[in-house]
Structures are given as structure tokens and as C-alpha cells.
Design a protein around this ligand. Structure first.
Ligand code: FA5
Length: 334
């Protein structure tokens, strides 16, 4: 048995063959087991010698098998490494890392500045009623000021895509039910206007609304100036011009000076050196009333700013259309 088993073992070419051999000799119905059981049929005086010999064979076969299996495994590993060599010194492939879209980054930056000033952030809807987008903002039907916003209408009468975040003022006032308010409302706005380097049909605005006892224009100026200093640095200039909005009285617009060393300065600012970033003013009494406040008791200021325009100012970006074109060469710079 031993000689035959060793010869068969030596002939095994791979691991499966070795394992088959092992089953044949050491399995439950294996030959080795049968040989050991054979002791029953051996004459009494020979039993001890038989047992010893059987054990010796068993151990010898097991040892030889273990060695053969280990050798076969090492050979297989060696073959795998040399036939398909792996160069562990090659530099790894860098994984593509996602990053925040510049529009998200600027929104977060704006939000952080206002949060530091104690403003709460509220999101309001992008699909609005004509009533909130216009009427409650002191623009009844056929009011000429409606033409200031080229509106996308929907199939449903009285439902529009909001042209600005200002209808959010009404939502907030009604929810606050007469209590003081200090919020910003970031979100997407839509206008059916000609696309240009400074104007998109889809853009973010961040609305601000503060209502309380004795809120004045000086508070508005102070808030805007503090905000601009943090966004653009102390060396940049803030210009406040008087303006008109139906929902504020008085109304202003705020400009920031375009970086002086930028060669595109004249082209992008139409020769003025300034880019408008927001409209603002003291909340009109009719708007306070629409929101459920008594204009004889409280006052408020509001503003609506364009984060895309602000990012253009921060980085001297010459075309607002770059934001939604999803050109990675542009997006990767932020
Ligand atoms: C408004 O939309 C007013 N609702 C702002 C306001 C709020 C005034 C509260 C008073 C009180 P205006 O149309 O000027 O105003 O837009 C405000 C800002 O949004 C602009 O200064 C500009 O930064 C940005 N903006 C406006 N139109 C576009 C556009 N087509 N593309 C990109 N940004 C725009």
C-alpha cells in the first residue's frame, strides 16, 4: 500500500489531484482507514506489530502529502506572480474627487456671513403664484413695473416661475405672524430674458428680510457694507445708488468696483468700473400689510442679491454663462 500510494502521490500534477489522492487514502471510506480496520483480522500475537506498522505508514503518507501540497501551493503562487507580474512600484491611479459647484460654494459663503450676523436661513418655493410674485409685492395686475421682470408663465393661470426671491418675504412674514424677522432666503430664480455675459435665464438670488421695531435705512447700509467687506475684502469699494422697486421705498441698488487690474474691466462693466450685485430698500407699507404687519408699528428692510454676479467679481470671471455649462475646465478651478 505504501509504495503504491507514494507513487500515485508523486504523479499528482496539481492541487486538485493532490486533494483527490488525499480523499482516496484518508477519506471516510479511504484505503488507509480500511487498512487500519484490518487489524481485527490479524492474529493476536501479530496485532501489536501490525498496529505499529500501520501507524508508521499513516504518518509517513500524511507527512509526504503535507509537503507535496505546500510545494504545489508555493509553485502556483510563483506562477501567478511571474506570468502576470504586478509592479508594486507603479504609482497608484488617483481617484477622481468630486467637489462643490462654485455656485454652491458662493451660496455657502454668503450664508455663513449672514449667519454670523444672526440671520436665519429659510428656503421658499421656486414655482409661485402671480399673487405672491407680484401682487403682494405692491404690483397689482397691469402694473407697469411687472415689465421689470420677464416672466416664465406656466400652463396654469396665475402660476409662474418666480422671477426673484422676493415672494419669499411674504411667506416668511405670514409664518412669523407679527414677530420680528431676520432671515435670508437663498434660491433659484427664472427670467425669460436675453442671455448675455452678465445675465442668465436661471440664476440664484439671496433675499434678505429684517423686520422689527425702529429698523432704519442706516441698519440696511450697515448690514450691506459689513457683508461686502467680508465677501470682497476691505480694499474693494461699495457704491450705493438710489433706485426704484415697487416693494421698497426708498429703494437702492448696490455696486462693487470691478478689480482695477483686470484687463476686461471696461468691457464687463460697460465702462463704468462697477457691477451691480443687489437691489434693496425699506419694505413698502403695502408689502408689510400683505404679510400681516402693521406699518405704523414696525419697519423693515429687504435686499435681493445675485451670488453668481458676486463670484464674477471675486474672481474676475468674464461670462456668467460659464456657471451652468458644466465645462469641467471651468468648474475645476474652484
Ligand atoms: C430684484 O430681483 C429684486 N427682487 C431685488 C430686491 C429685493 C429689491 C428686495 C428690493 C428689496 P433685480 O432684478 O435687480 O432685483 O435683481 C437683483 C440681483 O439679482 C441683481 O443685482 C443681480 O445680481 C441678480 N440678477 C438679476 N437678474 C439676473 C440675471 N438675469 N442673471 C444673473 N443674475 C441676475
Amino acid at each position: 500500500l505504501e509504495a503504491a500510494a507514494l507513487a500515485e502521490l508523486a504523479a499528482c500534477a496539481d492541487e486538485p489531484a493532490l486533494r483527490a489522492w488525499y480523499t482516496k487514502y484518508f477519506g471516510d471510506k479511504g484505503l488507509m482507514k480500511a487498512a487500519l480496520a484490518g487489524i481485527g483480522r490479524v492474529a493476536k500475537e501479530l496485532k501489536a506489530a501490525y498496529g505499529q506498522e500501520a501507524n508508521r505508514v499513516k504518518v509517513a503518507l500524511q507527512t509526504t502529502y503535507d509537503a507535496a501540497l505546500a510545494k504545489e501551493k508555493a509553485a502556483a503562487l510563483e506562477a501567478a506572480l511571474t506570468t502576470n507580474p504586478l509592479d508594486v512600484t507603479l504609482p497608484g491611479r488617483t481617484r477622481l474627487r468630486g467637489r462643490l459647484h462654485p455656485a454652491t460654494q458662493i451660496l455657502r459663503q454668503v450664508t455663513r456671513v449672514f449667519a454670523d450676523m444672526g440671520f436665519e436661513v429659510v428656503r421658499t418655493r421656486e414655482v409661485e403664484t402671480d399673487e405672491l410674485n407680484f401682487e403682494c409685492l405692491n404690483m397689482p395686475a397691469h402694473h407697469p413695473a411687472r415689465d421689470m421682470w420677464d416672466t416664465f408663465f406656466t400652463d396654469r393661470p396665475g402660476v409662474v416661475l418666480r422671477t426673484h426671491t422676493s415672494p419669499g418675504q411674504i411667506h416668511v412674514m405670514r409664518a412669523a405672524a407679527g414677530k420680528p424677522v431676520r432671515v435670508i432666503l437663498p434660491g433659484m430664480c427664472y427670467r425669460n430674458e436675453a442671455i448675455s455675459t452678465r445675465s442668465e435665464i436661471q440664476f440664484h438670488q439671496v433675499e434678505g428680510l429684517v423686520i422689527g421695531d425702529g429698523v432704519t435705512m442706516a441698519d440696511l447700509k450697515g448690514t450691506i457694507t459689513a457683508f461686502a467687506r467680508r465677501m470682497f475684502g476691505p480694499e474693494r469699494q461699495v457704491r450705493i445708488r438710489s433706485s426704484y422697486f415697487p416693494f421698497t421705498e426708498p429703494s437702492i441698488e448696490v455696486d462693487i468696483d470691478w478689480p482695477k487690474d483686470d484687463p476686461n474691466r471696461d468691457r464687463l462693466t460697460k465702462g463704468t468700473g462697477w457691477l451691480e450685485i443687489m437691489g434693496a430698500g425699506m419694505v413698502h407699507p403695502n408689502v408689510l400689510r400683505a404679510g400681516g404687519y402693521d406699518p405704523d408699528k414696525v419697519t423693515g428692510f429687504a435686499f435681493g442679491m445675485g451670488p453668481q454676479r458676486m463670484l464674477m467679481l471675486q474672481h474676475a470671471i468674464d461670462d456668467i454663462r460659464l456657471f451652468w455649462q458644466n465645462d469641467l475646465r471651468f468648474l475645476r478651478q474652484f
